[in-house]
Write a protein that binds this ligand. Structure first.
Ligand SMILES: Cc1cc2nc3c(=O)[nH]c(=O)nc-3n(C[C@H](O)[C@H](O)[C@H](O)COP(=O)(O)OP(=O)(O)OC[C@H]3O[C@@H](n4cnc5c(N)ncnc54)[C@H](O)[C@@H]3O)c2cc1C
Length: 383
């Protein structure tokens, strides 16, 4: 029912998406409840996806990826998020944000060393930018790197790092001591000697996702651990966040679709006043509204994905993030209304969708920040 966007894809990508959807249904979906209950995404599930290169949708084929478009990545995020919002975010960061950073800004040596391992799941990558005083405003970053004349050493504390427990590598932003415009993107290996995961943040939703706080204590970096040049950190992070935001938009649509399907099945069975509630006009209107929101939201993020190489990239990604997350939160809310009192019980998935969807309006740049970005981009485009 939601598989009608093939005009956005080449035939090869349609085939990949069909196979991937079947794969996720068979090998991921049966285990998502267990992931939520045990509050972990076992690495085995990463390897399963990696076996088919599903972890490298935008990684070039010559580095072992699928060599697909950003739209392909977004659809794969939606399909996974429909089963697990938690996995959806971890995927967004690894297969979207991190893959893009290394593919676009990494050196040939970095690409050859890291991208094949990312596509196959042998290395899982997390993104550690946020800090206590650096949320929306990353100029507040305090993590520092200094050069001892030979190697870089990093000290600092990061918060809100998604998938920290599974990460083999962290892409992190730190200020290089003694330089102006010093924000720089580093690749850090997750070595328990120097990277200490201090705590797991206790969240209301995305329960399977380990979101951690970690301390970097004299992480000594090998040569070749900087992505781009010193001072490129902000530029690279902002550029890659456009991709991650399209992923979050797709994640919200995936969760919204799951809520729609749950409510639809329920409404076709639930009887009141001698009829199924789906036949009540108000309820059928709700379904039409939900479908309209899901459909337009999906087209909005696919449009943003198609604009990734144009000068409308940033504005389109921000529009998609706001539109999809707000509309799909409304979809989940309406689905709960349709199901009525039972939607409020802990034994159904709607309450999980509600807990999971809220954060899509906040992470990868809050929706308020997206409005700020949109207006700044408008000024650039319109003068
Ligand atoms: C589940 C989860 C996963 C996350 N994963 C990661 C991750 O993997 N890596 C990572 O680095 N971070 C991650 N984050 C952090 C997330 O990106 C930040 O929470 C987010 O960017 C907002 O920062 P903040 O929470 O510090 O809010 P603040 O920046 O303190 O904002 C608070 C409020 O003020 C508003 N505000 C602030 N500045 C402005 C402004 N200029 N104009 C208008 N409104 C403004 C905000 O919109 C918001 O409403 C994650 C967070 C969560 C909860």
């Amino acid at each position: 029912m939601f598989n009608n966007c093939s005009l956005y894809f080449e035939k090869t990508e349609v085939d990949i998406l069909n196979q991937y959807e079947e794969f996720v249904k068979e090998y991921i979906s049966p285990f998502t409840k267990k992931m939520e209950d045990t509050e972990q995404i076992d690495k085995d599930y990463w390897y399963r996806l990696g076996e088919h290169r599903y972890l490298g949708p935008i990684i070039d084929k010559k580095y072992g990826g699928l060599g697909g478009s950003v739209a392909l990545f977004a659809e794969m995020t939606r399909i996974l998020s429909k089963q697990s919002g938690s996995f959806g975010l971890a995927y967004d960061i690894h297969a979207g944000l991190a893959s893009y950073m290394i593919s676009k800004y990494g050196s040939e040596k970095q690409k050859e060393a890291i991208l094949p391992e990312m596509a196959s799941g042998k290395k899982v990558v997390a993104f550690a930018m946020s800090e206590e005083q650096a949320g929306s405003d990353i100029s507040g970053i305090k993590t520092e790197a200094y050069n001892d004349g030979n190697l870089y050493h990093i000290y600092g504390k990061k918060i809100f790092t998604s998938n920290a427990i599974n990460a083999d590598l962290f892409l992190t932003v730190a200020k290089v001591k003694g330089t102006e415009n010093s924000m720089t993107l580093f690749i850090i290996e997750n070595d328990p000697e120097t990277v200490k995961i201090v705590e797991r943040m206790n969240m209301i939703g995305l329960k399977a996702l380990f979101v951690g706080t970690e301390e970097f204590k004299d992480v000594v970096l090998k040569n070749g651990s900087i992505i781009g040049n010193i001072g490129d950190g902000t530029k690279i992070a902002l550029s890659a966040l456009d991709i991650a935001r399209i992923g979050v938009a797709a994640q919200a649509v995936g969760i919204g679709e799951a809520a729609f399907e749950y409510a639809y099945k329920y409404a076709k069975e639930r009887r009141q006043f001698n009829n199924t509630i789906s036949e009540i006009r108000t309820i059928s209107d709700y379904f039409a509204e939900m479908y309209t929101n899901l459909h337009t939201a999906r087209i909005t993020y696919l449009d943003a994905a198609k604009k990734i190489e144009t000068n409308e990239k940033t504005i389109s990604a921000s529009v998609a993030k706001i539109y999809c997350t707000e509309k799909c939160k409304k979809v989940v809310d309406t689905a709960m209304q349709i199901v009525g009192g039972r939607s409020y019980l802990l034994n159904n998935s709607l309450q999980r969708y509600m807990r999971d969807i809220k954060i899509t309006e906040i992470y990868e740049g809050t929706n308020e920040i997206q409005k700020y970005i949109i207006f700044n981009q408008l000024k650039k485009l319109l003068g």
